[in-house]
Design a protein around this ligand. Structure first.
Ligand code: CTP
Ligand code: CA
Length: 239
């Protein structure tokens, strides 16, 4: 079910939002996954709906159901998500990539369950790189040029931890430049931060050099800030 609203800061706009985490199968009963719950993506979709947008919601695995009122598509692996995101992004005004995409997948999928056995060595899992959905979409957009229909405003999410070399924000700024997206929402993660909780502290960085926006609070409050920044960017024609 989709709804078209005529009021609100994003009335008439189409926002594609990816959410949840991908799973990369290893054998029929096992996968490599991550701890994304989908909560931030759901909050973003709700905030975009409340702002009057049409929302195309691309759900990987989530702990919760997708919100009512979105145009829903689903994906399991990173490769499936790439297909679904590219389809949903075509003709959209904005793409928000809040899904946690597995960077690697098992090099080999085994058709039958891996068994332990005493007379064979323990298995070693070899990983290969998944496509970078965001980076590839931005490259594709550039290749298509002005005649293309990929979104002019692409928002990435970066879960970062600081370390001895760089701070969370230094890593965020480098990632914004590397990915080539217009906005990056930088999110500090750790054992008890962000994943599976309802609290979040983020900094929104802009490729055009606009001042960073800080937001903290529930995932709904963070989503409202992100959607607000999206509306401001669209209005200013910055995208
Ligand atoms: N992303 C993507 N495809 C991937 C990996 C990430 O589209 N294969 C997107 C995420 O949805 C997110 C953004 O890229 O919007 C940043 O993800 P992140 O994992 O922080 O970035 P990476 O480039 O994978 O860098 P890192 O090595 O720090 O994980
Ligand atoms: Ca990654």
């Amino acid at each position: 079910v989709s709804s078209t609203q005529t009021a609100g800061p994003l009335a008439g706009k189409i926002i594609a939002v990816s959410a949840g985490g991908t799973r990369e199968p290893l054998d029929p009963v096992r996968y490599l996954g991550n701890r994304s719950s989908g909560r931030q993506g759901i909050a973003l979709a709700k905030a975009a709906l409340a702002a009057g947008a049409t929302v195309r919601f691309i759900a990987a695995h989530m702990d919760l159901p997708a919100p009512a009122g979105v145009e829903l598509s689903t994906a399991s692996t990173a490769e499936q998500l790439q297909q679904a995101v590219t389809t949903a992004a075509r003709g959209a005004d904005v793409l928000i990539m809040s899904a946690a995409v597995a960077d690697f997948r098992p090099a080999e999928y085994l058709d039958s369950k891996i068994k332990k056995s005493d007379d064979r060595a323990d298995p070693v899992i070899t990983l290969v790189r998944n496509p970078d959905i965001l980076a590839m979409l931005i490259a594709e957009r550039a290749a298509e040029g002005p005649a293309g229909d990929l979104p002019p405003l692409v928002v990435g999410f970066a879960a970062e931890t600081g370390d001895a070399d760089s701070s969370v924000l230094e890593y965020g700024a480098a990632k914004l430049a590397r990915k080539g997206c217009e906005m990056l929402v930088v999110n500090e993660v750790g054992e008890n931060l962000t994943f599976g909780t309802d609290k979040n502290t983020v900094t929104i960085l802009f490729a055009d050099g606009s001042d960073a926006v800080h937001a903290a609070g529930s995932k709904d409050e963070v989503a409202a800030s992100v959607i607000d920044s999206v509306a401001v960017a669209l209005r200013a024609g910055r995208a």
